[in-house]
Design a protein around this ligand. Sequence first.
Ligand SMILES: Cc1cc2nc3c(=O)[nH]c(=O)nc-3n(C[C@H](O)[C@H](O)[C@H](O)COP(=O)(O)O)c2cc1C
Length: 391
Amino acid sequence: MIKIELKYLFHPGKIRNVQIKNRIVRSGTYERRATKDGYVTDRLIKLYTDLAQGGTGLIITGAIAIDPKSSGSPDQTNLYDDSFIPRQRKLVKAVHDYSDVRIAPQLVHIGRQLIDPRYPPVGPSPILNKYTKLIPRELTVEEIRAIIERFVDAGRRAYEIGYDMVQVHAAHGYLLSDFISPFANKRNDEYGGDTQKRTKILVDIYNQLRDEIGKNFPIIIKLQTQDFISGGLTVNDAKEITKILVDVGYDAIEPSGGGGESMLHSMKELKKAYPSNVIKTPEDENYFLSTAKELKPLMNNCQLILVGGIKNPLSAEKILQENHADFISMCRPLLYEPALPNRWKSGDLSPALCKSCNSCFSTMMRGEVFCVVKKRIEKRKLRKNKDMLKK
Ligand SMILES: Cc1cc2nc3c(=O)[nH]c(=O)nc-3n(C[C@H](O)[C@H](O)[C@H](O)COP(=O)(O)O)c2cc1C
């Protein structure tokens, strides 16, 4: 058998001054493995050491709450005060014991998508969310400034903990993505109006965090590029926003799109929207590649991390070789196979085993997130082994 060498996929990359051993990123993936108060558990650490052992170059954590009033679920990891630092440090140290693996926390405010009887959802404007069926309360400018401060404080904590970089979550219909969306943001003040003003919150977070943590620590962003709803954000808006973010200094952008509301749309739209991407043929894979092709020429030294339906190492290699992206990023495939990068590196270039069935997505509503298909197969194997022993 001829061994095909993946020269690009396994070539080291760099985000700002941080060297990454290959071009494989684990995209933010909600875990629901923290304590009910949001503290890191040993089960959470195990998830991350499995990924580190499996060959991923840069791991982005599941969304971490920066505000006690914006948790997606009780067992979401939190970083909204200093009490979370010691256990977070344990997690980062465990990953860094695999010395060449990098890790970044993903910081989020749930915004309009919050469903929590204790707190009403908040947003840039009081626009009904058809997914939650709730109308958010419009934030005042003072409250927006306080939320920016919370992002900055959490980013500073990430730096102190020893994370390698930080990712700001500005996608999927959460608070920051709603600020840049012309559908969700109808404000007429410094944080709403034209694209420049709608993007101000992302600029403020970057500038204030950069002031706190100095010039070496990368600040990256997962960016909503399309809402997939009528009147929502489009790739043309995203091009303008990208230019602003590159100018201000963001070190990498991971373009994404969709959210709760877009999932309610027709099958055709659903197919495109996060994360219900039904991938049946190779043509359905790499579904944000056309977006990446539009954004990459605007990005200068800012790195483009391509996420969305990446399953085939040979097409990932081609995307990198043709310079449409600097890194590729995966979520569902690594839930099934945390050691997928090592498998590909060893020369087994068959595509990810993940069938993009989204059963993992439904586990998120009930508790711990896992790949249902993998668990079923493992159970079946266990039963078979037991039966064999009985015979
Ligand atoms: C179970 C599950 C949990 C997710 N959690 C997050 C998250 O915490 N933060 C985030 O930015 N995206 C999250 N996503 C979206 C993924 O990061 C990714 O953008 C999307 O699944 C497409 O990538 P894939 O085709 O490799 O799965 C999640 C997706 C799934 C299926």
